[in-house]
Design a protein around this ligand. Structure first.
Ligand code: ZN
Length: 232
């Protein structure tokens, strides 16, 4: 356990689970967040509270949790026309992808993270991408990420790893992973203090967390949580 890791941390369920995973697996962990003009920018505002809670609940992790880097990627909001970056209704497109797909988002995120990791001497980038229970986003596929890893290592003459601990887990298994990593306290922190809803809705606290309850992101989160509870 000597490596350092940089976690793509948005303040959502998946990235918070990834942060806990990285804190259990690496000696030193830094975080990176992206502001790209997302409609659900509320998730970014939850990050400081999540850091504080993790530090309080898990002193063994507090010692490992290093710098947080907030990066302005507003250019992504400028060049893309999607339901996550514009006030447009969520719908299915002709190409079979929902219009919540932001083309190039994960590619840009990870390439940016790799450039920062290079500067910080970090060799592992951790992301919550998953192709088991997902919206069909092609940049969440393992194949895309392995190709990107190769491109980064060729282009930067490095030996970086893109670690994706959630890749083969469904949403119920992601909740279980959180429980295994940090017990019920971590599940409860993720349930109440992380954000998933595409519409940025935080009003009501449902059994599975805050959100509108009807957008695809809320539906996926709710289904996974209820299944996790059922299997408990
Ligand atoms: Zn929602």
């Amino acid at each position: 356990m000597t490596q350092s890791a940089l976690v793509l941390f948005s303040g959502g369920q998946d990235s918070t689970t990834c942060l806990a995973w990285a804190l259990s697996h690496y000696q030193h962990v830094e975080t990176i967040g992206f502001d790209y003009g997302q409609r659900h920018a509320v998730e970014l505002s939850l990050r400081p509270k999540l850091f504080a809670s993790l530090r309080t609940l898990y002193p063994q992790w507090a010692a490992k949790l290093g710098e947080d880097h907030m990066i302005d990627l507003s250019l992504l909001g400028t060049i893309s026309d999607t339901a996550l970056t514009r006030d447009t209704a969520i719908s299915m497109q002709k190409n079979g992808l929902p219009n919540t797909f932001v083309p190039g988002r994960n590619l840009l995120f990870i390439t940016t993270a790799a450039a920062l990791a290079y500067r910080r001497g970090i060799t592992v980038i951790v992301g919550g991408m998953c192709e088991t229970d997902f919206s069909g986003y092609p940049d969440c596929r393992n194949e895309s990420l392995r190709a990107l890893e190769t491109a980064i290592n060729l282009g930067m003459a490095t030996n970086m790893e893109i670690a994706t601990p959630l890749m083969w887990l469904d949403k119920a298994q992601s909740w279980k992973l959180a429980e295994d990593l940090g017990g019920n306290a971590l599940v409860e922190l993720i349930r109440t203090d992380t954000h998933t809803c595409y519409l940025g809705e935080r009003g009501t606290l449902h059994e599975w967390g805050h959100g509108c309850g009807t957008c695809p992101a809320c539906a996926l989160r709710a289904r996974g949580y209820l299944e996790y509870v059922k299997n408990k």
